[in-house]
Design a protein around this ligand. Structure first.
Ligand code: TYM
Length: 331
């Protein structure tokens, strides 16, 4: 049987990815590369929707690629590339913009949230068309699965709608992909506000665990994490969102079940529990930071890896683009 295809992407908007990215998406990426034909991209064009200094964007694009390799994406197994190195993404996005309704794009909750925060005058058009570019990112590679966190579900749904519409109108060009979301890890929450998702754009970084944080900073963030009334270490997302979030993090990294953690910590205090979660996180993140730094010390090698990835990605993407152009009547 031929391998299934997988595609996903991540924005290089910050120096470091955070624990939500890692547990919700990136660990799946690593896992999926073994048995599937995997394409992973650093979506630098999407990052342009947030105003960034050009030098910083360059650095963060490389840092993102380095972190992906450091967490276990193997460029010999997966095609690892930078979105802007494959021009077909923009080319197909335009075609999709012309078959996507204004109302349909306006309903995207991420767009609504971000544009409400910034106000109409400060919201760029790129933010509006962002999910359509994402649809092009995905559909160019004809993937079966798109491993993401819960916040991307709606974008993958839109992608499916666009693909179905295109196929119906112009003949079958696109495979209809499915979002692959691991329910228990789909939304890792902020340590200071455990009802909100951990996010790169949080007002304060006090509740955001960055992969490249120092061990001291990570320990401090866990120790000052917001917990709940009562003393019991029990998983209950409604009554105990803080403790539940910490249990989820512990379980994802230690491999222990939530029930076994509940009994391990029965009768013990929040302080002891928080320290153990921090220690597990630190021991998982330390090698990632070390490897990222090593990779960043040889940028020429990193760029070479990305060039090879871009060549492979371009081959697949340009074929799909050709079929789409031809189907829609471009000669
Ligand atoms: P981005 O860069 O915001 O996030 C990368 C991945 O991390 C997941 N994620 C989380 N998962 C669990 N808990 C959290 N708190 C959390 N925060 C983030 C996201 O769901 C995502 O899977 N639009 C996308 C990037 C993109 C893309 C694509 C993804 C562009 N093109 C094509 C898939 C396919 C985004 O902004 O992800």
């Amino acid at each position: 049987m031929s391998k299934k295809r997988v595609l996903s992407g991540i924005q290089p908007t910050h120096d470091s990815f955070h624990l939500g990215n890692y547990l919700g998406a990136l660990k799946q990426w690593v896992h999926l590369q073994s048995d599937n034909d995997a394409y992973y991209c650093v979506v630098d064009l999407h990052a342009l929707t947030v105003e960034t200094d050009p030098k910083l964007l360059q650095k963060r694009t490389l840092l993102s690629a380095a972190q992906l390799i450091a967490i276990g994406i193997d460029p010999n197994k997966s095609t690892l590339f930078v979105q802007s190195h494959v021009p077909a993404h923009n080319q197909l996005a335009w075609v999709f913009e012309c078959i996507t309704g204004f109302g349909e794009a306006s309903r995207m909750t991420q767009f609504k949230d971000k544009s409400q925060k910034g106000g109409a005058e400060r919201t760029n058009v790129g933010l509006f068309t962002y999910p359509i570019l994402q649809a092009a990112d995905i559909l160019l590679y004809q993937p079966d699965f798109v491993p993401v966190g819960e916040d991307q579900r709606q974008h993958v749904e839109l992608t499916r709608d666009i693909a179905e519409r295109f196929n119906k109108k112009f003949g079958k060009v696109f495979n209809i992909p499915q979002a692959q979301i691991i329910k228990s890890l789909a939304k890792i929450n902020d340590l200071q506000d455990p009802t909100a998702k951990m996010s790169k754009s949080a007002a304060s970084m006090a509740g955001v665990i960055e992969l490249l944080d120092t061990p001291e900073a990570t320990m401090k963030k866990f120790k000052s994490s917001v917990t709940d009334d009562g003393k019991e270490i029990k998983f209950d997302e409604k009554a105990k969102p803080g403790i539940s979030n910490l249990l989820t993090i512990h379980s994802a990294l230690s491999g222990k079940s939530i029930e076994s953690l509940e009994s391990q910590f029965s009768g013990k205090g929040y302080g002891e529990f928080k320290t153990e979660v921090a220690e597990i996180v630190i021991s998982n993140l330390e090698p990632i930071t070390r490897r990222t730094n090593e990779l960043m010390s040889d940028k020429a090698e990193l760029i070479k890896i990305l060039e090879i990835g871009a060549q492979r990605a371009n081959q697949v993407a340009s074929e799909t683009l050709k079929s789409a152009y031809s189907a829609i009547g471009l000669i």
